[in-house]
Design a protein around this ligand. Structure first.
Ligand SMILES: Cc1cc2nc3c(=O)[nH]c(=O)nc-3n(C[C@H](O)[C@H](O)[C@H](O)COP(=O)(O)OP(=O)(O)OC[C@H]3O[C@@H](n4cnc5c(N)ncnc54)[C@H](O)[C@@H]3O)c2cc1C
Ligand SMILES: *[C@@H]1O[C@H](CO)[C@@H](O)[C@H](O)[C@H]1NC(C)=O
Ligand SMILES: *[C@@H]1O[C@H](CO)[C@@H](O)[C@H](O)[C@H]1NC(C)=O
Ligand SMILES: *[C@@H]1O[C@H](CO)[C@@H](O)[C@H](O)[C@H]1NC(C)=O
Ligand SMILES: *[C@@H]1O[C@H](CO)[C@@H](O)[C@H](O)[C@H]1NC(C)=O
Ligand SMILES: *[C@@H]1O[C@H](CO)[C@@H](O)[C@H](O)[C@H]1NC(C)=O
Length: 489
């Protein structure tokens, strides 16, 4: 029994190099978000020849996935992934290459006033003083920094350092391909950039270890992790650092919508795009995969890339695949055109309300944050709220005194983070079934999607060309390979 199994396994792994010697392979990508579109882009950029056709399947009518916009009060706003960091170099390059325009932080956003609400009272508020005068602005922000220092102490100054070290480590993923390995699993990828340890502890443990003040962790840092990941400081240190990096200055987005990055990459990568086509099964049919869609179509490809979180999908894999259980954090995004009710916050005038109301961890709080997106007129604003549960009309009628338009989106937004974090493999079956979103357990952002996709593109190409021995049961060595390959030639 055993020898026969071994021979069968060996022969299966050998179909990979033999098909590549026929020089082309078809790639099927499930998902048209930043991950799927980036895989297509980097496959074409790095190796125009061995990949013949690239298909992208998208169950929705539009591309972009969690990069999406909503229109309210006749204006377009980001509904999912919004902010990009100045050192998100793939996103920056895509934006430039595609001729898209960058939206800098608007003057109002960069000086957005902040209040920390505990459900009963504001624990902290920055001074809000709207002025076009730069010198006035400077002194207002200086005064606010001093107020923050008074409340949170000097450990506030350590925040920047903690974030910078992490961001600098992350920059290793932009080093040239000559010096940067191809990673076949997330753990190795993180270890290489000295980021792995941050996934073994919670953000809270990490910051307590660095002697951050408990009040800073409980209030300001919790406000930030709740806004960016809908979760507390119990998320991993890495997800926490990424979340803190997303609260700094010089943040940007793509004018008209970040989804245009995915649209542009797909448009320029010679992709056959199948919109409104949901993949329901992926079957390894020996040397190639058969993908069936709910439309009743069937496609074959040598390589299949899953570029979406698998956690809430019921794609049937044959043979079965095994990945660690992961829950997605659902973030309900609610857009309201109207006017906040100051009485709900114990205030007399709307003008006393901070432009961004963040919250601390409390089971009584029905929302995570509410912020002004746009002031149309004195009594006419557009707001965005995040919450862990859907906000009922009854509740919204308490929070708002005027509500002319309401849009609700329920996102399976990002992983529910843990420490220590467990990672699914990049290669789901030891053959040519890849999973970009295994990296989302490190951190879920537009840029990390592109970084993981770039590695997957390289992993596909290196395994196609047989440079990297596949991990198949440790049977393959270069000698046995050449010996066994011989009969096939
Ligand atoms: C509310 C919210 C706020 C966020 N804020 C930020 C932020 O400010 N900055 C930031 O960088 N990131 C942010 N993120 C995270 C960021 O948006 C995501 O990490 C990123 O967009 C994920 O891209 P992806 O391509 O990996 O997955 P997705 O964008 O989810 O793409 C997967 C695609 O696959 C499709 N699909 C799924 N199953 C199938 C199937 N069976 N067949 C065919 N198609 C299928 C889906 O419809 C989807 O279009 C935010 C996310 C949310 C939800
Ligand atoms: C971005 O583009 C520039 C110019 O084309 C290139 O030198 C650089 O390596 C690119 N950066 C990344 C991260 O790809
Ligand atoms: C990560 O943790 C391990 C084990 O605790 C330790 O040996 C290693 O030096 C740490 N690496 C970094 C980069 O901190
Ligand atoms: C697709 O790319 C071409 C250039 O390669 C450009 O002219 C066209 O406008 C793009 N279309 C879309 C929908 O982005
Ligand atoms: C996929 O579709 C083909 C053709 O219709 C069919 O023969 C096959 O059984 C289907 N596979 C699965 C797993 O449903
Ligand atoms: C919003 O609704 C109120 C009535 O509740 C109405 O008076 C007001 O004109 C509306 N404002 C806008 C901008 O539609």
């Amino acid at each position: 029994m055993l020898p026969i199994t071994l021979i069968t396994l060996t022969l299966i792994t050998l179909t990979i190099p033999s098909s590549s010697s026929q020089s082309t392979a078809d790639v099927c990508i499930i998902g048209s978000g930043i991950s799927g579109s980036s895989v297509a882009h980097f496959l074409r950029q790095y190796s125009p020849t061995p990949i013949s056709q690239i298909r992208i399947f998208e169950r929705h009518t539009v591309v972009g996935g969690r990069m999406a916009t909503v229109t309210i009060a006749g204006e377009t706003f980001e509904a999912g992934g919004t902010i990009l960091h100045p050192k998100n170099y793939h996103a920056l390059n895509f934006t430039h290459m595609l001729g898209l325009k960058v939206n800098g932080p608007s003057a109002s956003e960069s000086s957005m006033s902040l209040g920390i609400w505990d459900g009963d009272k504001f624990l902290f508020k920055t001074i809000d003083f709207d002025s076009k005068n730069q010198i006035v602005q400077y002194f207002v922000s200086l005064a606010n920094s001093i107020r923050m220092l008074f409340r949170y102490g000097v450990s506030l100054l350590k925040m920047n350092n903690f974030v910078e070290v992490t961001v600098d480590n992350f920059l290793k993923y932009y080093e040239s391909k000559e010096s940067r390995p191809v990673f076949s699993n997330v753990e190795d990828m993180l270890k290489w950039a000295d980021l792995y340890n941050l996934t073994t502890q919670t953000l809270e443990e990490e910051l307590v270890g660095l002697k951050f003040s408990p009040l800073l962790i409980e209030e300001l840092i919790t406000v930030i992790t709740r806004i960016n990941y809908g979760q507390s400081v119990k998320i991993s240190g890495l997800a926490g650092a990424v979340s803190l990096a997303g609260s700094g200055g010089d943040l940007w987005s793509v004018e008209g919508g970040n989804w245009q990055m995915a649209a542009g990459l797909i448009n320029r990568s010679d992709v056959t795009l199948h919109l409104q086509e949901e993949i329901s099964s992926v079957t390894n049919a020996g040397g190639f995969y058969e993908l069936n869609s709910t439309n009743g179509n069937s496609y074959t490809c040598q390589i299949t890339v899953v570029a979406t979180p698998l956690d809430e999908l019921d794609i049937q894999f044959t043979p079965e695949i095994y990945i660690p259980e992961r829950k997605l954090q659902h973030t309900y995004t609610t857009f309201v055109r109207g006017l906040l009710n100051p009485a709900y916050f114990g205030l007399n005038a709307v003008s006393d309300l901070p432009e961004l109301v963040g919250t601390i961890e409390s089971s009584e709080l029905p929302f995570t944050c509410v912020s002004v997106l746009k002031e149309h007129a004195a009594n006419d604003f557009t707001y965005k709220l995040f919450s862990r549960q859907s906000l009922t009309d009854a509740l919204l009628d308490q929070i708002f005194s005027i509500r002319n338009e309401t849009i609700r989106i329920n996102w399976g937004a990002y992983p529910h983070y843990h420490a220590p974090e467990e990672f699914a493999p990049f290669i789901l079956d030891d053959k040519h079934l890849y999973y970009v979103n295994a990296f989302e357990n490190a951190a879920s952002t537009i840029e990390t999607g592109a970084v993981a996709a770039e590695n997957i593109a390289r992993l596909i190409l290196s395994r196609l060309s047989g440079q990297q021995p596949s991990r198949s049961y440790g049977l393959k060595s270069s000698t046995s390979d050449s010996n066994l390959q011989h009969p096939e030639l």
